[in-house]
Design a protein around this ligand. Structure first.
Ligand SMILES: Cc1cc2nc3c(=O)[nH]c(=O)nc-3n(C[C@H](O)[C@H](O)[C@H](O)COP(=O)(O)OP(=O)(O)OC[C@H]3O[C@@H](n4cnc5c(N)ncnc54)[C@H](O)[C@@H]3O)c2cc1C
Length: 413
């Protein structure tokens, strides 16, 4: 059973995020979207303001001065910020996700060394580097032949070499959680290791900031590691133990759920603008809202958004349960990402040609929404992951919920 009653603090944080989105993020969104150079669009003043309002450090544990927020709180807050702009929301959400990883996986000494720096610097963002030019989904399913970035041990230091790409907050983050190969002669489950790599490490460069269709307010970078020296003190967990952390990052620690909540903010914005337009635009002598077909369109948009939100909230609450069912994290993200694209398309239809015009707000939402068909794992690959969990759930024919005739029917009798 899951109880969706929000705590007073969750309601308060959602309101803080809503005000931040309306006062600060939304007014700046169009300008950032229009900047032609992808490395010139990011507005640090927004991050500083978010820091002032306590939003950047949402998942920093309370004992280190943060909010200690769980996945549901991140989903609530993230949806609100992304209502203002998806790119800015992603800059915050990535930081929350990686902070959760740091808080859960690092040792006491690492937390004491890194967390105060992150909390005190209002421009401290985080990034996670898994995807490589030749291995994208390979890392998510994952296959044995994946991950070419390597780390070799020399005494108390690891030498990191390789390339990661499409990394959110790439070129903005001050610290990256990087997963690299530390063995090529063992099964994958024993050969990946996580490291904390600061952006000012010698040999680390951002070789490209990607020019994207949407999410233009945030950067996605290609990260190059050339003989980057990482002290063993910044290795996360034991050597060879990072593979399960990648799965946990996406599922139990909330990345998929938070991704779904982010893109849902875009869907909600598209719905609100479609709803408003339906009252303003007159055709056939009446506002569009008076035409049944458009009313039904809006009703179906509202239905999908609320269904996606309910599924995400369920998945977020499930992350904290002992009985956690991992398939729901992926499936809720897929459903939210598809919903956002469908709702934005409906908003485009309802706005007519005006929706297609760049001086109006709808086309940006469509471009933004498309990003989460791929970001945080492609929907297809996440569906494959969920399907694998389902294939592992063997039905017990003696359980009352199953039908005694199933075996007979399957035998053709
Ligand atoms: C906006 C954005 C932000 C991102 N941020 C980050 C980040 O912060 N950190 C990070 O590490 N990565 C990030 N990524 C990368 C993202 O995780 C990858 O793009 C994603 O995992 C897919 O990898 P790929 O793009 O190489 O596609 P590929 O893996 O090459 O996939 C191509 C197509 O093949 C399909 N496919 C792949 N494998 C199979 C299979 N076994 N069976 C059937 N079909 C298959 C896919 O679904 C897809 O349709 C980001 C991507 C985007 C778009």
């Amino acid at each position: 059973m899951v109880d969706f009653t929000l705590t007073p603090r969750q309601r308060e944080l959602r309101q803080i995020a809503h005000d931040f989105a309306m006062d600060v993020v939304l007014p700046a969104a169009e300008k950032a979207d229009r900047v032609p150079e992808p490395d010139k669009a990011f507005d640090w003043s927004i991050i500083r303001e978010g820091s002032k309002r306590g939003l950047r450090t949402l998942t920093v544990p309370k004992e280190y001065g943060g909010e200690g927020a769980n996945v549901l709180t991140c989903a609530l807050v993230g949806e609100q910020i992304c209502y203002g702009d998806l790119g800015i929301g992603v800059a915050f959400d990535q930081t929350w996700k990686i902070m959760t990883t740091i808080a859960r996986l690092t040792n006491e000494e690492q937390r004491r060394r890194w967390l105060p720096r992150i909390v005190e610097d209002p421009e401290f963002l985080l990034g996670i580097a898994m995807t490589e030019p030749m291995h994208g989904s390979d890392n998510i399913l994952p296959y044995e032949k994946t991950m070419e970035t390597r780390a070799e041990r020399r005494g108390d230091t690891w030498i990191l070499n390789g390339t990661k790409r499409y990394i959110s907050n790439g070129g903005l983050a001050k610290l990256y959680y990087v997963v690299a190969r530390t063995a090529f002669d063992r099964p994958l489950a024993e050969s990946l290791t996580g490291f904390l790599v600061p952006a000012d490490a010698p040999g680390f460069t951002v070789t490209e900031v990607w020019d994207k269709l949407g999410q233009r307010a945030v950067q996605n970078g290609t990260l190059r590691f050339e003989n980057v020296e990482v002290p063993d003190a910044d290795r996360v967990l034991e050597v060879g133990k990072a593979a399960p952390t990648m799965a946990a990052f996406l599922l139990r620690h909330g990345s998929n759920i938070q991704a779904g909540a982010s893109v849902l903010g875009v869907a909600q914005r598209a719905y609100d603008l479609a709803h408003q337009y339906a009252f303003e635009r007159v055709q056939g002598g009446e506002p569009l809202i008076a035409h049944e077909l458009q009313r039904v369109r809006l009703a179906r948009m509202a239905m999908k958004i609320q269904a996606a939100r309910s599924y995400l909230w369920f998945g977020a609450c499930d992350c904290g349960q002992e009985t956690f069912d991992p398939k729901h994290a992926s499936l809720a993200k897929i459903f939210a990402a598809e919903t956002a694209v469908e709702v934005c398309r409906d908003a485009l239809e309802l706005w007519g040609a005006a929706g297609y015009m760049r001086k109006n707000p709808i086309e940006k939402l469509m471009r933004d929404a498309l990003s989460f068909l791929h970001s945080d794992g492609t929907n297809d690959v996440l569906a494959l992951k969920a399907a694998a969990f389902i294939a592992d759930e063997k039905p017990d024919p003696s359980a009352r919920r199953y039908c005694g005739r199933t075996f007979e029917a399957a035998m053709g009798r």
